[in-house]
Design a protein around this ligand. Structure first.
Ligand code: ADP
Ligand code: MG
Length: 253
């Protein structure tokens, strides 16, 4: 079976600060991996390197067997052209803490834009799919609304639907509920739980340990740019092998 996501000796530096220190990670198709760890440990940088929002300084990322962002020409590694990179990145969906919806566009317009531009879908086809997705995230009646008219939880559900509209091969979530009022967290986690059960491949950076325990196949604990621990959710969260994991959990529980 081809892994859905592989990072091989992934390194990212900012100046002399090595933020990712040779990360080896393999996520199988349909797996849900939750990533936990203290602020500054490199969780966001890992996701941003996987979808090439940041360019790794060393090592590689592969999605569905294809190396992201670079190619080989006459024995040398060279960056991919913009169009090729766009094609690859369309397969890697990312949901951010801050929703990032286009504020001047309706919900429906937010959902159809990329499928029409990048996937070449007709407006009619893109709108039909968008309405199906809005139904799936419980927002069938909001196609004509503007983001500002929605609660944070609703906006994040639109952002998830917008990501799904591109039919990406993998989904990356960077603290998708951290900006939400507590009473709105559940509705977003419900949508993510459904995606997990539908067999999507997901990496989720989160502080929601209840969600991780219930939904994740694996939990990874990161600290100082390293994967310190990686195992079944119950084992890592209830019975961590590493002192640093236990210390982190005792602070956040
Ligand atoms: P986390 O998501 O786990 O909180 P990040 O991946 O955001 O951690 O950051 C890891 C480290 O990299 C932090 O020390 C942060 O300050 C640093 N960092 C992140 N982005 C940049 C950047 N664009 N320039 C310089 N340093 C950065
Ligand atoms: Mg982060």
């Amino acid at each position: 079976m081809t892994a859905a996501i592989v990072t091989d000796q992934l390194v990212k530096r900012y100046g002399s600060h090595e933020v990712l220190r040779r990360i080896d990670l393999e996520v199988l198709p349909g797996q849900v991996v939750c990533v936990i760890g203290p602020s500054g440990s490199g969780k966001s940088t890992l996701l941003r390197c996987i979808n090439h929002l940041e360019q790794p300084d060393d090592g590689t990322v592969s999605v569905d067997g294809e190396v992201i962002g670079v190619t080989h020409r006459r024995g040398r590694t060279v960056p991919l052209g913009a169009a090729e990179l766009r094609r690859q990145r369309a397969e890697i969906g990312m949901v951010f803490q801050s929703f990032n919806l286009f504020p001047h566009m309706t919900v429906l317009h937010n959902l159809v834009l990329a499928p029409m531009k990048v996937r070449g879908q007709s407006r009619a086809e893109a709108e039909r799919r968008a309405r199906v997705l809005l139904g799936q995230v419980g927002l069938a009646d909001y196609a004509g609304a503007y983001p500002v008219q929605l609660s944070g939880g609703q906006q994040q559900r639109v952002a998830i639907a917008r990501t799904l509209a591109m039919e990406p091969k993998v989904l990356l979530f960077d603290e998708p509920t951290s900006a939400l009022d507590p009473e709105l967290v559940g509705e977003v986690l419900d949508v993510m739980r459904k995606l997990a059960h539908a067999g999507k491949t997901m990496i989720v950076v989160t502080h929601e340990l209840g969600f991780a325990r219930e939904v994740a196949d694996r939990v990874i604990f990161m600290d100082e740019g390293l994967i310190v621990e990686d195992g079944p959710a119950d084992q890592v969260l209830s019975n961590p092998r590493e002192k640093r994991t236990a210390a982190f959990l005792s602070k956040v529980l």
